[in-house]
Design a protein around this ligand. Structure first.
Ligand code: SIN
Ligand code: CO
Length: 390
């Protein structure tokens, strides 16, 4: 059973996209999602922005200050006081709250699912924009409702001059190269670092399917932290056989090279690196939405007997890795467990499907390790019993 998809929405081969566009250059796909049915109305999006657990913001081009940023959650009255035009509401991680939005991610399975960040949705009044900027992430901008004019500019880097603004990173200079108006169902892929400037032509909703990549600083700091936690303080810098220093106050080349060898040896540990990375990339965005449950084996058996399946907690992140054919590692929301390789088909189902139906799980019911795994994930809150996921 294959869990990946080999074509992009709109039909381009994934191999061609990955070779020619991914992380390199923008791609406009007209009617990537033909007859796209917007799963959320502007009112429903505004409704989400009133919720405590949802991250939202409003950008007003001509607010109390230019490009005024307001942070949610908002009150009911917010939307009555906004001007007719030139503002945008942005709601983060809507996929974690609206299953129909999470389903959209299925179409992006030509990329590793642990690279996916979230689906952010914006609603803009005519003229609304968040200004010319660049992002550090790859993003697919799917037009959900109305029309947006996208202007594409230059490649940027941390030295690209920005406007003075306390919260927003708006480019001071925008060198336009291309311009397209997107209609519902059209999608634009942008690689990281490319300047872009989207302006709503009318009432418009845009879905940003974002992909995250850890910064080098994060990789270095977090991995070394992880390694450090698993080391005693017995292993020490060693300089046996060193020469008498020419000047005892000097830190010489040999010393630096000894340190470099020490670090290179430590990072050679591929198993540790894979384990750390799986844990790191599956850390949930909202850990508070993954609630531990009382483990209850009888309840699981009863649910399966009655034909109820299991639902993946939309806030959980899951991935797996196989360690040299010896054992499997399942990563679930920042933690990992070791499993026998025979469980691979089950692990693949768990990681790739939003819903596991009772029939799919039936063949595993005689396998104690499989049932223990399901119980463990239910207890952790990464899986939910069907019906408890409302
Ligand atoms: C928007 O949807 O208004 C902004 C998306 C983006 O530019 O990244
Ligand atoms: Co952007």
């Amino acid at each position: 059973m294959s869990f990946s998809v080999t074509t992009l929405p709109g039909g381009m081969s994934a191999d061609v996209f990955l070779r020619d566009y991914w992380q390199k250059k923008p791609l406009l796909i007209r009617q990537a999602f033909p007859d796209f049915e917007n799963p959320l109305t502007p009112d429903e999006l505004a409704g989400l922005s009133l919720e405590q657990e949802v991250e939202s913001r409003i950008v007003l081009e001509h607010g109390a200050t230019p490009w005024e940023l307001r942070q949610g959650p908002f009150g009911e009255d917010t939307y009555q006081t906004l001007p007719e035009r030139d503002w945008t509401l942005l709601v983060q991680a809507v996929d974690q709250f609206v299953p129909e939005v999470a389903e959209l991610l299925q179409a992006f399975r030509f990329l590793p699912s642990w690279r996916a960040d979230d689906v952010m949705i914006s609603y803009a009044a005519p003229g609304g924009s968040v200004g010319p900027h660049y992002d550090n992430y790859d993003v697919f901008l799917l037009q959900g409702h109305g029309h947006r004019r996208w202007k594409i500019g230059q490649s940027c880097n941390p030295e690209s001059p920005l406007l003075e603004h306390p919260d927003l990173r708006i480019l001071r200079d925008f060198e336009q190269q291309e311009e397209w108006v997107l209609a519902p169902g059209d999608m634009l892929y942008l690689p990281p670092g490319l300047a872009h400037y989207g302006i709503a032509e009318d009432d418009c909703m845009t879905y940003s399917i974002g992909f995250r990549a850890p910064s080098h600083a994060e990789v270095l700091a977090h991995f070394s932290d992880f390694l450090g936690q698993h080391m005693g303080d017995q292993q020490r810098y060693s300089d046996a056989g060193m020469n008498t220093p020419a000047d005892p106050a000097q830190i010489d080349e040999d010393t630096v090279e000894r340190l470099q060898r020490l670090i290179l040896e430590l990072v050679q540990d591929k198993e540790a690196l894979g384990t750390w990375f799986g844990r790191f990339m599956t850390e949930p965005r909202y850990p508070e939405l993954i609630e531990a449950q009382e483990p209850d084996a009888d309840m699981l058996a009863e649910a399966l007997d009655n034909g109820f399946g299991l639902v993946r907690n939309p806030s959980a992140r899951l991935a797996w890795r196989q360690e040299q054919d010896q054992y499997l590692m399942l990563f679930a929301s920042g933690e990992h467990c070791l499993l026998p390789t025979q469980l691979l088909p089950l692990v693949q189902l768990i990681c790739n499907q939003d819903y596991l139906d009772a029939e799919q799980l039936n063949s595993w019911r005689q396998n104690d390790e499989a049932m223990q795994l399901l119980e463990q994930l239910l207890a952790k809150g990464d899986l939910l019993m069907e019906g408890d996921d409302e």
